[in-house]
Ligand binder design. Structure first.
Ligand SMILES: [Zn+2]
Length: 268
């Protein structure tokens, strides 16, 4: 567990996404949840030492961010389209992810179930707990329903996978909106950003992500303009110039799925 600011803590390097919480005078607010049931249950006990879990927020519907919701309690809050997307999440896909990230979590705990958000919104929503404001803002990008949680009193934002120092995953991305959302996040008065994966960063990560989203989109536009088929693009375009291929190419599937999705988006 890492202390991010006076009242913000995050659990990095879970076998899933970063899960964070804000401690307020009226209980804790959790942002994203650990994917592995045993990790999520342990994390809930940790959080409860600081206060009752009042709200749980999902910034995106991907399995690695929402699968732990069922162990957390609290009122679940998310964008209305995230709620729709969670309805289509599949347990087989989650089990597939666990097979390579956390094989010891299989067979999956019998208590597992997807939770649908109790409260939804379309543009933004604010909670006031003690002296803290929890401001959730629509920020489409990594997913169409992506949001960011901004806590002005702590000068921190939680962006999930909209901010990354690694190769942006674009399997569900809306690239044009992503760039706009990054600009919107840049206008926030913050010192720290907790991304969906990897270490806590600052506003510089917004520029890095912006450049990388632009780079990937640009490379694909060039390939499409050459008249290459999807299969040809998947074979020839690896983005290795910026993201060197690792031994065994573990990102191959994610890269291919990102390319297939963007191919459809950009051809329009
Ligand atoms: Zn994601």
């Amino acid at each position: 567990m890492e202390k991010v600011t006076d009242n913000v803590y995050t659990l990095l390097n879970t076998r899933g996404c970063n899960s964070s919480f804000v401690v307020t005078a009226e209980g804790a607010v959790v942002i994203d949840t650990p994917m592995v049931p045993a990790d999520a249950k342990k994390w809930r006990e940790e959080i409860q030492k600081f206060g009752e879990i009042r709200y749980v927020i999902n910034n995106e519907p991907h399995n690695d961010h929402v699968a732990g919701d069922c162990w957390m309690g609290g009122i679940l809050v998310a964008h209305e389209l995230t709620r729709e997307a969670i309805k289509h999440n599949r347990q087989e896909v989650l089990e597939g992810q666990m097979q390579w990230m956390a094989p010891d979590a299989l067979p999956l705990d019998k208590g597992f179930h997807y939770r649908l958000p109790d409260i939804t919104f379309s543009e933004e929503i604010k909670f006031h707990l003690g002296k803290h404001t929890i401001h959730i803002i629509s920020a489409p990008g990594h997913t169409p329903s992506q949001t960011a949680v901004f806590v002005p009193e702590e000068r921190v934002a939680f962006t999930s996978d909209n901010v990354t120092m690694m190769m942006p995953i674009m399997i569900d991305a809306v690239p044009e909106e992503w760039l706009k959302s990054l600009k919107k996040l840049k206008a926030l008065d913050i010192d720290k950003i907790v991304p969906g994966h990897g270490p806590v960063c600052d506003k510089k990560a917004l520029d890095v992500t912006y450049g990388n989203v632009e780079y990937i989109t640009g490379e694909l536009k060039k390939a499409i303009d050459k008249g290459w088929s999807l299969q040809e693009i998947q074979e020839k375009v690896t983005f290795a110039e910026r993201f060197p291929l690792m031994p065994g190419d573990p990102m191959k599937m994610m890269r291919h799925e990102s390319i297939a999705h963007l191919y459809e988006v950009l051809k329009k």
